[in-house]
Design a protein. Structure first.
Length: 84
């Protein structure tokens, strides 16, 4: 009786291990499919990467600073011209 019970529990443990392995495989497959779909959707949305956004943001900041400097120079020249 003891040996039969052990064999029964061994079989149950083996089936549970197989089920857990199969579940892990299904989980990996679902993650792969979802990741692929998400990447495709993001690509179709034509979104920019963070690095590209930061680069353009820096370029805009520099252009704004340069415009402010040029505006100050123009204002100074206009004052000088009108003062003469």
């Amino acid at each position: 009786m003891t040996q039969t019970t052990n064999r029964f529990f061994d079989e149950i443990a083996r089936v549970m291990n197989d089920a857990a392995g199969a579940a892990q495989g299904v989980k990996r497959e679902v993650e792969t499919v979802v990741r692929g779909q998400a990447e495709r959707i993001l690509r179709d949305l034509d979104l920019v990467k963070r690095e590209e956004f930061e680069a353009v943001k820096d370029m805009a900041r520099l252009a704004r600073e340069e415009n402010e400097t040029l505006k100050a120079r123009i204002d100074a020249l206009e004052k000088k011209l009108l003062g003469s």
